[in-house]
Design a protein around this ligand. Structure first.
Ligand code: ADP
Ligand code: MG
Length: 239
């Protein structure tokens, strides 16, 4: 479904991603690990087409179409959804306005708002004065209303307590199963792995993909030995 072919990406004249290749099949869930500043968020922002990042080399294909130069709106309409690490506050826009625009299917809206416990935020301005866990629930709600085929999740657990992680994790897991959605998930804590069965894990360091394999095994190695062990990993892969 998604094929990233040897991309090198820069922002403000700095090269951040170096010759990255990655494939995600329909319904496949990939986990991306890596220390702070290694380029994980840059990779998913580049897939989504967020401005400020230039692809100097290589290309990104989505369902066999080269989307490398497409604007965010076109990629979103094609079925790519992103859950930001730090979603912006939008004054003057109520969540209910967005819901009317995004999802005509009232039953689906009701079910999802019930499960994500966001009904009380519908008449509030988007992300304004919400707690960390509330912002992530609202963010996931908006993304899933769009029924994406590929989900890009940037640290869905960051700033979220255990109870909220459980709500988010269960809703995500059901969505993946029902819609056969593919995903690229960035995680530091690994908590999301308790809810979502991932197919593969990769480690990114210094803008390169160092190691790939079983996500739980990789996560255990990182927990015990830190990322230095990954640098020397013999399972080093380029895709
Ligand atoms: P991660 O998500 O793995 O913590 P990021 O992708 O956010 O890492 O950042 C990787 C590196 O790229 C960092 O050194 C960061 O400062 C730099 N970077 C990210 N975005 C920009 C940008 N828009 N302009 C300049 N440098 C950036
Ligand atoms: Mg990041």
């Amino acid at each position: 479904m998604l094929e990233i072919e040897n991309i090198t990406v820069s922002a403000e004249n700095n090269i951040i991603l170096k010759d990255i290749s990655l494939k995600i099949k329909k319904g496949e869930i990939l986990i991306l690990f890596g220390p702070n500043g290694s380029g994980k968020s840059t990779l998913i922002k580049t897939i989504m087409g967020i401005s400020g990042y230039s692809i100097l080399k290589g290309k990104i294909l989505f369902e066999n179409e080269d989307i490398s130069s497409y604007p965010v709106s076109k990629r979103a309409r094609m079925g790519i959804g992103i859950m930001f690490q730090h979603p912006p506050k939008i004054h003057g826009v109520k969540l209910s306005h967005l819901v009317e625009y995004l999802a005509p299917d009232k039953n689906y809206v009701d079910e999802l708002s019930e499960r994500l416990k966001i009904k009380e935020f519908l008449q509030r301005e988007l992300n304004v004065d919400l707690s960390g866990g509330e912002i992530k629930r609202v963010e996931l709600f908006q993304i899933l209303l769009q029924k994406p085929k590929l989900l890009l999740l940037d640290e869905p657990e960051s700033g979220v307590d255990i109870e909220n992680i459980s709500i988010i994790g269960k809703v995500l897991n059901d969505y993946f199963k029902i819609f056969h959605c593919g995903a690229l998930i960035i995680t530091h804590t690994g908590y999301i792995l308790e809810y979502v069965k991932a197919n593969k894990g990769y480690v990114m360091m210094d803008g390169k993909i160092f190691c790939g394999g079983d996500p739980e095994k990789i996560f255990n190695v990182i927990k015990e030995n830190g990322y230095e062990k990954c640098r020397k990993c013999e399972a080093r892969v380029s895709e």
